[in-house]
Write a protein that binds this ligand. Structure first.
Ligand code: AMP
Length: 416
C-alpha cells in the first residue's frame, strides 16, 4: 500500500516523499491505519523497522486536519529513554513535517534548561522528552499537559530498564485521561505488559520482526557449570577464530565482572550497559567496531540498536530470561548475508530459559547438549591447567595460554 492511499494529508505525503520514502515499511502499514482510527496500540518493533514514522506520521496528520490555530498548545507528547533518541525523533518530525506549520520542543537533560523554557513558552504542538527533564519542567510549571491528545512511549522496555518507571508513571498521571496511547517496545517484557495494562484501553497489538533466528547464524549450546563459564569463554577466545565477539550478560554487574576478568586475562575488551554514560557507550562501540577491542560485553538493553557489521560471534554468557532477547542477541551476528556463530552457555539453573527459547522458536536444541548438561559435564578446556579449582590461578593460566597460542581446535558440543 503506497503512502498516497493511506489517507494522509497531501502536504504530509509530500514531506514523506521528500524524505526519500517510496513505500511504507511493515510497521508503518500496520500501525498507521490503526492510529489514525484512534486506537491505542502496543507495537513490538525494534529500531530500524521504521517505527518512528509509524507514530509520527499519524500525529502530524491529526495536527494538520485540526488546522493551524493561532495559539500553539501541546497536543502530543513522545517519551523516550535517551537524549539521542529524543533528538533523532525531533529531526524526523521536522523532516516529515517540512511542509506543515508544526512546532516541536526537544526536552532532555544534560543541557541548560533555558532554551527549552523559551521554546515551551513560545508554544509548540509536539514535545519529545526524556522523563527526568520533563519532570523538572513539571515542577517548574513550565509545561501545560492539559491539551495533550496523544501519548507515545517509545522504546518502553529500555525506559523501564533504565529505571524510569516512577517518572513515567508520574508523568502519565498528570496527563488528561482521555487520550490516545501508543507504546513501542523492542520486547514486551512482563514489566511492559504491566505498565500497558495500567495506562491503555484495549490496545491493538502489532508484532514486527523476526521471531526465528536467521539462517546465517550457526547456534551452539555449551552445557557448563556456572563457575566454569569464564574458563570456557577464555578457552574459546584463545582457540577459535573469534575476531569480533559480542558477549551478553543479563545484568550490568555481571557485564562489568566479565570485562574485569577478560582484562585480567589480557583480552582487549570493553563493556556497555545503562550504567555507563552515553559518551562511554559511543566510545566503546567505536572501539569495538574499529577492532581495538576483540570483545564487547553488553546487557540486552544496551545492545539494542547495535548495528555493527562483521561481529563473528555472539556469546550468551547467561541464557536470556526472555526468549525474544535470544533472537535479538544472536541476530547481532550473521548480518548482511555474512555468516556468524552464536554460542550459548547453559548452566543447570538456566535450563528453564533454554526450554522457553525452544518453545518460542519451535525447535528443540540437540539432545547431546541436554544430556551433557544433566550429567553436569562442563566442557572444560582439555588443557585446563587448573582443573577442579573454582577460582582460576590467573597468572599461571595467563602464562600458559600465552605460551600455547595454537592448541588444536576442540570439537564443539551441541551444534544445532
Ligand atoms: P526507525 O526504525 O524509525 O529508527 O527508522 C530506521 C530507518 O529507516 C531510518 O533511517 C528511517 O529514515 C528509515 N525509514 C523509515 N521509514 C522508511 C520508509 N518507509 N522507507 C524508507 N526508509 C524508511
Amino acid at each position: 500500500m503506497p503512502f498516497k492511499t493511506m489517507s494522509l494529508s497531501d502536504p504530509l505525503v509530500q514531506g514523506i516523499l521528500a524524505s526519500g520514502y517510496t513505500a511504507p515499511t511493515e510497521i508503518q502499514s500496520r500501525a498507521i491505519p490503526l492510529v489514525t482510527a484512534g486506537k491505542d496500540i502496543i507495537a513490538c518493533a525494534q529500531t530500524g523497522t521504521g517505527k518512528t514514522a509509524a507514530f509520527v506520521l499519524p500525529i502530524l496528520d491529526r495536527l494538520q486536519r485540526q488546522g493551524n490555530t493561532k495559539k500553539k498548545v501541546i497536543k502530543a507528547l513522545i517519551l523516550t529513554p535517551t537524549r539521542e533518541l529524543t533528538v533523532q525523533i525531533d529531526k524526523a518530525v521536522s523532516g516529515y513535517g517540512r511542509f506543515l506549520p508544526v512546532r516541536t520542543a526537544a526536552v532532555y537533560g544534560g543541557v541548560k534548561i533555558h532554551g527549552q523554557l523559551k521554546a515551551l513558552n513560545r508554544g509548540v504542538d509536539i514535545v519529545i522528552a526524556t522523563p527526568g527533564r520533563l519532570i523538572d519542567h513539571m515542577q517548574r510549571k513550565s509545561i501545560d499537559f492539559s491539551h495533550i491528545e496523544v501519548l507515545v512511549l517509545d522504546e518502553a522496555d529500555r525506559m523501564l530498564d533504565m529505571g524510569f518507571i516512577r517518572d513515567v508513571k508520574k508523568i502519565i498521571a498528570a496527563l488528561p485521561e482521555k487520550r490516545q496511547t501508543l507504546l513501542f517496545s523492542a520486547t514486551i517484557s512482563r514489566e511492559v505488559q504491566t505498565l500497558s495494562a495500567d495506562i491503555m484501553k484495549t490496545p491493538e497489538k502489532i508484532q514486527i520482526g523476526r521471531q526465528n533466528p536467521v539462517e546465517t547464524v550457526t547456534q551452539h549450546i555449551y552445557p557448563v557449570q556456572k563457575e566454569r563459564k569464564m574458563d570456557l569463554l577464555l578457552h574459546l577466545l584463545r582457540q577459535q577464530q573469534m575476531t569480533s565477539v559480542l558477549v551478553f550478560s543479563r545484568t550490568k554487574h555481571g557485564a562489568d565482572k566479565i570485562r574485569r576478568r577478560l582484562k585480567n586475562a589480557d583480552i582487549a575488551s570493553v563493556a556497555i550497559h545503562s550504567g555507563r554514560t552515553q559518551a562511554q557507550r559511543l566510545q566503546a562501540m567505536d572501539g569495538f567496531r574499529s577492532g581495538q577491542f576483540q570483545v564487547m560485553v553488553a546487557t540486552d538493553i544496551a545492545a539494542r540498536g547495535i548495528n555493527i557489521l562483521g561481529i563473528s560471534h555472539v556469546v550468551n554468557y547467561d541464557v536470556p530470561a526472555y526468549a525474544e532477547d535470544y533472537i535479538h542477541r544472536i541476530g547481532r551476528t550473521g548480518r548482511a548475508a555474512a555468516t556468524g556463530d552464536a554460542v550459548t552457555f547453559v548452566c543447570p539453573d538456566e535450563m528453564k530459559y533454554l526450554r522457553k527459547i525452544e518453545s518460542f522458536i519451535g525447535k528443540k536444541f540437540t539432545l547431546a547438549a541436554v544430556r551433557d548438561l544433566t550429567t553436569s559435564q562442563a566442557p572444560a578446556p582439555k588443557s585446563d591447567p587448573n582443573p577442579g579449582h573454582k577460582r582460576p590461578m590467573k597468572n599461571k593460566k595467563r602464562k600458559f595460554y600465552r605460551n600455547n597460542p595454537k592448541r588444536p581446535a576442540r570439537k564443539k558440543t551441541g551444534a544445532l
